[in-house]
Design a protein around this ligand. Sequence first.
Ligand code: GDP
Ligand code: MG
Length: 230
Amino acid sequence: MFLRFNSEFNLNPKHEILIRLPVDKVTKDRFTTIATGSRQSSREMTENRENLMSTTGSSYKVKLLLCGPAAVGKTSLIKRFVKNAFQADYKLTIGVDILTKDVGLRNQEVATLSIWDVGGQKRFEFIRTTFYKGASGAILVFDLTRAETYQEVTKKWAEEVTRNCGAIPYVLIGNKADLVEKVGRVMDPNEAAQWAAANNSIYLETSALGGQNVDEAFIEITERMVGLKK
Ligand code: GDP
Ligand code: MG
């Protein structure tokens, strides 16, 4: 166990930061299974990847990270995928939000994703450690209307994921595709596709607003996390 399950608790009184683990979104049982699962997919798993995946019956339980700069649409993508909804006004994510969702796989099995959305407090060491621990895959998100977010995600974030989690699978996403027509192309999508290919990944353009490619991106990363796709 690496987390307590109070709906709110104070991590560090000095900094007065809170981590939100809404009990209606994550049940203790589900979470305990993720944290203590006993089956490992390969001997080479790094310490970070130990206990990340357990199978009970035909299900996998995996932890997925949403990574990227502020306001690229991480929370919106999760909301679209989990709840099929979109919210236009921007609410900064505080602490870490965790949502779960079952994904049906090609082989008829079901993967239960616990999707971790980190907010502005990422700079605090405790949150960062907890965020990365046991993750089996990541979605790296940038904003198609802000070229600097592409640089940030492919340099800073990709490095940080690898440093903390080892070589876990990930999918690169350019989000807000619905705005490209209005704003124009601010970066070369071929460059993103080539970067993804060079890193054994794929590049997808999504819109959390319209839903374009959102399910596809989450299903793609899930299949990579459970080893159905390489
Ligand atoms: P986060 O900080 O990465 O979690 O970003 P949010 O999900 O909170 O989104 C930041 C802002 O961008 C919000 O105002 C969202 O409504 C908006 N947004 C997110 N995704 C899209 C999208 O696909 N299209 C458009 N037009 N706006 C989006
Ligand atoms: Mg957010």
